[in-house]
Design a protein around this ligand. Structure first.
Ligand code: CA2
Length: 153
């Protein structure tokens, strides 16, 4: 079965506790439960992880090379800072879709830069938790069509 890693970055474990006007009122556990249903509806196997540690996220991407066919990542603030995560995604050779709950382009300018987007197949932002559903659909379509190479070298 086609298998996808959903990786969530720092502070996303706090979802549902603060800033609902930006990130919605669902907890990460609730979003993850929805992702499991959406993945199963889409015919995908899914592993879902969250870490506040950049190195743990890098290691999860390394492990994904052996057991997953694609990566959906909300790297949270590391999106805007981490060359290490970008290198890990690029080095994995796995198709990657970047997701953000909020519309990062309608927010502070430092959120307009993503180190990951150039090595991702695409980016989905601003749709709240539904963004993960869109990413699962896009990943299923990509992996089925065979057009799954990352877009940048
Ligand atoms: O919109 C997104 O999904 C973000 O990845 C969320 C990150 C932010 O740094 C990115 O620019 C956009 C922040 C996640 C922190 O979430 C919290 C939720 C509740 C309370 C505190 C933090």
């Amino acid at each position: 079965m086609t298998s996808v890693l959903i990786l969530n970055g720092p502070n996303l474990n706090l979802l549902g506790t603060r800033q609902p006007e930006i990130y919605g009122s669902q907890t990460l556990d609730q979003i993850s439960a929805s992702c499991r249903v959406w993945a199963s509806d889409t015919g995908l196997e899914v592993e879902i992880r969250q870490s506040n540690s950049e190195s743990e996220l890098v290691e999860a991407i390394h492990r994904a090379m052996n057991c997953h066919d694609g990566i959906i990542i909300n790297a949270a603030a590391y999106t805007h800072t981490s060359i290490a995560l970008r290198d890990a995604v690029q080095g994995s050779g796995l198709p990657c879709i970047e997701v953000h709950l909020s519309n990062v382009y309608a927010r502070e300018s430092f959120r307009h830069t993503s180190f990951i987007a150039p090595v991702a197949v695409g980016v989905i932002c601003g749709f709240g938790s539904i963004g993960y559903r869109l990413a699962l659909l896009a990943m299923q379509s990509l992996l089925n069509s065979g057009e799954s190479k990352p877009s940048a070298s």
